[in-house]
Design a protein around this ligand. Structure first.
Ligand SMILES: Cc1cc2nc3c(=O)[nH]c(=O)nc-3n(C[C@H](O)[C@H](O)[C@H](O)COP(=O)(O)OP(=O)(O)OC[C@H]3O[C@@H](n4cnc5c(N)ncnc54)[C@H](O)[C@@H]3O)c2cc1C
Length: 403
């Protein structure tokens, strides 16, 4: 059980806190970008029900006297401190948002976390293991340019990376990569680590450009020359538009996430080998959608399949151009539940490139993928029994691309 020694409330729903390990046992070593599982024992529990629309819903779980049931909940959290900070100070730092469920109900664990008062109610359990491959050596190996996009608490792993890169550079350990960090949130107060990141950029110890932006700027924010305004995806749209890869109707942010493997988006391992079956199966459900601007039909050949975790699998979608002219489309994909995204790995996919269909042409589009056995070690994801892979095809507008 760890102790919270510092709690900084950035807004009613955003906080940074520091957790000290149990006496005499330091946290395991880690790399910037990794995560650890945290637990509170007094969480207000929910239970799963099926709504009238046939979709699952989580509602307060009540006992026979209609009191809210209370119990432990464990979830993973990215570590926003840098490894050198933990070596020096022993604590781990986290950047958390108070979750809001479908009905406005606060999330079970974060509601409990937001009741923390250092010195009073300050205990947080943790799994004594730090994991995850969202690290620079795994994600940016061999890259010359590294673009990081952190919206909301998605900044947490990048904060740790930027601080560690700066520290390493101050010790003479510098690589030749160029790092760009896009950071967006609603308000200046919610732009966590803003001052630290500005200072790191100003120090110039490594090649780092910091691009902050707020979507609800105050008059004062508008005076700050280094603060952009606009939502994260609009900032990206602007930047990407400038370099000429704008798609008229493809949501750029999602495409960007897919290209970079950012946050919970599924992973791409083009040409990679699957690790091999590990003796557990999982059900995969397929979904296909078409943006109204694209005159195609597009649907999965099979609604769902059950596959061995770790084994390479293939599924097919059928697409047809229902118009009399050639049309180019680009698919964006999404995996639910979000926790499964990082373990759903695509080896080959029609979504990696644009697809052009000739007038009235029918094509069969394969996707080859595997579910990473690491899912079984993740307390947040190991009980997932079904993953939904959903694609939406958008029309690629050549005029916009050429701008
Ligand atoms: C690798 C990783 C890193 C992460 N890093 C961060 C981070 O740095 N900062 C951060 O704020 N968050 C982070 N998260 C998200 C975090 O793990 C939690 O999912 C989040 O804090 C919500 O927890 P909660 O208990 O408050 O919400 P929950 O109560 O779990 O509610 C979240 C959603 O889960 C569903 N749900 C509700 N009740 C149940 C139930 N009984 N069973 C199953 N599902 C239910 C609902 O759809 C609800 O909308 C990370 C997640 C992962 C996987």
């Amino acid at each position: 059980m760890g102790t919270v020694v510092h709690w900084q409330q950035l807004s009613p729903i955003l906080s940074i806190f520091r957790l000290m390990p149990e006496d005499g046992s330091p946290f395991p070593g880690y790399k910037a970008g990794q995560y650890i599982a945290l637990r509170r024992d007094d969480c207000r529990l929910t239970k799963r029900t099926i709504g009238e629309d046939g979709k699952p819903r989580y509602v307060p779980d009540l006992d026979e006297e209609r009191n809210r049931k209370v119990g432990p909940v464990t979830h993973s959290y990215s570590i926003s401190s840098a490894p050198f900070e933990t070596e020096r100070n022993r604590w781990l730092e986290f950047y958390v948002v108070l979750e809001e469920g479908q009905s406005g109900e606060p999330g079970r664990l974060t509601e409990s976390l937001f009741r923390i008062h250092p010195g009073e109610d300050d205990k947080v359990g943790y799994v004594d293991r730090i994991a995850g491959d969202f690290t620079l050596d795994k994600r940016a190996d061999g890259a010359r340019n590294v673009v990081m996009v952190g919206t909301g608490t998605g900044l947490a792993p990048f904060a740790g990376m930027a601080k560690q890169l700066d520290h390493d550079a101050s010790q003479g350990r510098r690589d030749d990569k160029r790092y760009t960090l896009f950071h967006a949130n609603r308000s200046r107060a919610e732009l966590a680590y803003h001052e630290d990141l500005l200072a790191i950029e100003a120090a110039g110890r490594f090649d780092f450009v910091y691009v902050p932006s707020v979507s609800r700027p105050t008059a004062q924010d508008r005076q700050e020359p280094r603060l952009g305004t606009g939502r994260g995806n609009n900032v990206l749209r602007y930047v990407f538009g400038m370099v000429g890869v704008a798609y008229a109707s493809v949501p750029l942010y999602r495409m960007f996430c897919q290209l970079t493997g950012f946050a919970g988006t599924p992973q791409i391992a083009a040409g990679a080998q699957a690790p091999g079956a590990v003796g557990r199966t999982i059900s995969i459900r397929f979904d296909g959608n078409v943006d109204p601007h694209l005159p195609w039909t597009f649907r999965p050949e099979q609604p769902h399949i059950t596959i061995p975790i770790g084994e390479r699998s293939i599924a097919f979608y059928d697409a047809r151009n229902a118009s009399g002219v050639p049309v180019t489309g680009q698919a964006v994909f999404n995996v639910t539940p979000a926790q499964a995204g990082r373990y759903f790995t695509k080896i080959q996919c029609f979504c990696f490139t644009e697809q052009t269909l000739q007038p009235f042409q029918d094509v069969r589009m394969p996707v080859t993928f595997y579910v990473d056995p690491a899912i079984l070690n993740d307390p947040d994801a190991r009980d997932i029994s079904e993953i939904t892979l959903s694609y939406t095809f958008y029309k690629v507008d050549r005029r916009a691309s050429a701008r």
